[in-house]
Design a protein around this ligand. Sequence first.
Ligand code: TMP
Length: 207
Amino acid sequence: MKAKFIVFEGPDRSGKSTQANLLSDYLSQREADVLLTREPGGDDVAERIRRLVLDPAHKVSPMAELLLYEASRAQHTQQKIIPALEAGKTVICERYTMSSCAYQGYGRGIDMDIINKLNDIATLNLKPDLTLVLLMSDKYFTERGEYLFSDRLEREDEAFRHKMRKGYREIAAKTANAVIIDADKPVAEIHKTVLRELSNYAILDGE
Ligand code: TMP
């Protein structure tokens, strides 16, 4: 398996971490050298930005919010993801550029051209080989998590979540190498679908 860049996307609590971990274990057992990482965060500076941007104690303007996510992305992509890919590792990342389009674009209403431009600058134009977008019914959002202990973005209301989820559908449909996966299904079944998509995109050889 050649070094590839695989991204899990989707609303909060759609099972991204579970699936990213399952895939990482699967690939590691097959002797792939894997870096499992996440946005916002994934390196010391970016993790500090993460704590700042998600802290419910702060009121953050939409543009400041976008720029903080982009700053975290620039740091993480340039300090961690690109060097790992260059070293031959397969990178599995929870969230990437599509999150800003869905949350700050569709959710907050920031112009998509600005977001796309900033995404390209932050990532030096690095695109994923495959983006797996996990979408579950909104009812699971409230069922799966303890609302009271949620971060600043998770506290947004249903209308925001509705716009953001619509965003994921529309963006995924027009993004190269992106697929939507039904995340209402059981964990094991989703994992099988993930592996099937990796084969479809020739990321897994002969499986
Ligand atoms: P998570 O790590 O639990 O998914 O939390 C990250 C939160 O940040 C989540 O609510 C989505 C949000 N987010 C954005 O709004 N824009 C972004 O670009 C990224 C990466 C995350």
